[in-house]
Design a protein around this ligand. Sequence first.
Ligand SMILES: NC(=O)c1ccc[n+]([C@@H]2O[C@H](COP(=O)([O-])OP(=O)(O)OC[C@H]3O[C@@H](n4cnc5c(N)ncnc54)[C@H](OP(=O)(O)O)[C@@H]3O)[C@@H](O)[C@H]2O)c1
Length: 308
Amino acid sequence: MKYIDVSNGPQSASAIVMGCMRMPELDAKQAENIISTAYSLGINFFDHATCYGYGEAETRFGEAFAKTGIPRDKVYIQSKCGIYPKRKVFDWSKEAILTSADEILSRLKTDYLDAFLLHRPDLLFEPEEVAEAFDILYTSGKVRSFGVSNLMPMQIELLKKYVKQPLVFDQVQLSLDQSQLIDQALYMNNKTTDMAYSMDGSLLDYCRLNDITIQAWSPLQYGFFKGVFVDNPDFPELNEVLGELAETYVVSKTAIAIAWILRHPAHMQAISGTMNPVHLTEICDACKVNLSREEWYRLYLASGKFLP
Ligand SMILES: NC(=O)c1ccc[n+]([C@@H]2O[C@H](COP(=O)([O-])OP(=O)(O)OC[C@H]3O[C@@H](n4cnc5c(N)ncnc54)[C@H](OP(=O)(O)O)[C@@H]3O)[C@@H](O)[C@H]2O)c1
């Protein structure tokens, strides 16, 4: 496993995070097994959100984690709030943030969160209210560090005007197929491709400039998490290069796809979503791979991009 010292945040955090969005698919024993497998592979960081299975993911994790015997202080547990599917709103009001935090802690059966993220932008958000809620959560010891997800630089700047605690993470979609975070820099000022459009306000450079660690969600998915591109006949060129490099490094194609994210000098975390212990073991082999510049670009180009 590779580990990252998050600036102003968790130290020695595993570069591969176990995302728990799909945990409601598991029964209690399977959940215990995948958490134990993750920990034995060196994963010490677990990602949740209030909306994953309407809280079911956190409940399943809380019960299963207690049975694993893993000491609480050996892992980082993160969750997110702000998406309320049943109410059909995004809500960053002080009351919603504080209520969510208490509910999360109760479902996860823990006294504190190592990181607490705002999941998606509430279009009616008032940064003063967020700041008040974060102050209460921080001073009470319920939350140790804060961050955001799917947020653009100016939204983060607006929050930072009021929020006292550092915002240490931005969790955004990034995979070899969904590489828009990276593309726009390459095609700037190029009218021949839609990839030139800035869809996130230069978030990647902003995060690097401001010591915000990017967490890449759905690292193996194409589209809006529609399915995996690995071994998918719709991605022949990409799979050919993934296969070739997998042979070179004696790892799986999924490990190469994750290694492509970890190779980026922004020192990102990749949030893996598999609930299959064999798949997770294969993915963690990504940490044995250090792609050369040529190999990194070969993968990027095989995923449908071009050098202008
Ligand atoms: N912040 C946000 O807005 C946001 C949005 C979405 C997700 N997330 C976070 O990101 C995490 C990961 O998302 P994700 O689950 O879409 O990511 P992913 O790791 O790209 O995809 C995992 C899915 O791919 C399947 N899969 C098929 N073949 C596989 C193989 N060979 N190796 C590994 N997986 C394979 C897995 O099934 P098996 O279980 O059968 O392997 C699972 O259903 C979530 O758990 C959540 O924590 C955040």
